[in-house]
Ligand binder design. Structure first.
Ligand code: G1P
Length: 289
């Protein structure tokens, strides 16, 4: 076992209705933050953690994602002919050599747990990662999936990444019960999906990064849909933790919920200000507003 994670699953079948009309024909994961689509940030994080197999759980309107990670033959030929070498490198480095993309369809919107279950037949490893591309986490030096992989390597536990949220926001997330934290992690005693603030076990919310034992698949197969008609990964984790160690991990990094417009704008501003080419000018312009 090493501190890397070979396979990462990206559940990307959601319709992205919160971003209409932008997402009418463009998958929300293809919306760019500064100069890269959201899904590429997620893929770069997975690759940094050692992933060589990327599994995209997609839907009917998501072909642009597969195109993005495919070779763009005409574009590359054109750029090579015009000796635009820098741009050619940008186009070619979207996916590093040795990394394979696999696509599986989630034909019905039956929830995140169901989406992950759709990837079951493509996972051979004992543990795998899950990244929800909506949750963009800025930590170039130490991507969150690397942090989770190290924690898994040290403890053997499945890991869910968590962050503190204000009580009014707990009903948007999975919320963990992990009363004894040591450093950045605490063993999970419970986890609930989108509780009312008065029922929440804590204010530690699950952010979109998981490193899960493959035993979760058998559990997901037995997990009933909730009152929304969805099979929740949260419910399956609640079952897993009865027999196997699962840890909550408070990651290092700034998280942006790009599933909503405010978070998306905040990510755009933060990463825009850090851009090597125009970050300084952009920051100055913002100050002058
Ligand atoms: C999903 C999970 C939730 C988690 C959240 C993180 O919810 O079900 O437990 O906290 O992602 O972004 P969704 O945002 O799909 O409603």
């Amino acid at each position: 076992m090493s501190a890397t994670i070979r396979t990462v699953v990206f559940p990307v079948a959601g319709l992205g209705t919160r971003f209409l009309p932008a997402t009418k024909s463009v998958p929300k994961e293809m919306l760019p933050v500064v100069d890269k689509p959201l899904i590429q940030y997620a893929v770069e994080e997975a690759v940094a953690a050692g992933a060589t197999k990327l599994v995209f759980v997609t839907g009917r309107t998501k072909n642009a994602i597969a195109d993005h990670f495919d070779t763009a033959y005409e574009l590359e030929t054109e750029l090579a002919a015009k000796q635009k070498d820098e741009l050619l490198t940008v186009a070619q480095s979207v996916l590093p050599h040795g990394v394979t993309c696999l696509y599986v369809r989630q034909s019905q919107p039956l929830g995140l747990g169901h989406a992950i279950l759709c990837a079951k037949h493509l996972i051979q490893e004992d543990a795998f990662g899950v990244i929800l591309p909506d949750d963009l986490i800025d930590n170039g030096a130490d991507p969150v999936m690397c942090q989770l992989a190290r924690h898994h390597h040290e403890t053997g536990a499945s890991v869910v990444s968590v962050a503190e949220v204000i009580p009014a926001h707990v009903s948007r997330y999975g919320v963990v019960d992990a009363p004894h934290f040591e450093g950045r992690s605490g063993r999970l005693q419970g986890i609930v999906e989108k509780p009312e603030p008065e029922d929440a076990p804590s204010n530690l919310a699950v952010v979109g990064r998981y490193l899960l034992s493959a035993e979760i698949f058998d559990i997901l197969e037995r997990t009933p849909a909730d009152h929304r008609g969805e099979i929740q990964i949260t419910d399956a984790i609640a079952t897993l933790l009865k027999d196997r160690p699962v840890d909550a991990f408070q990651f290092e990094g700034e998280q942006f919920d790009c599933g909503n417009k405010l978070g998306f704008l905040q990510a755009t501003v933060r990463l825009g200000m850090k851009h090597p080419e125009f970050g300084e000018a952009f920051g100055q312009w913002l100050k002058d507003q």
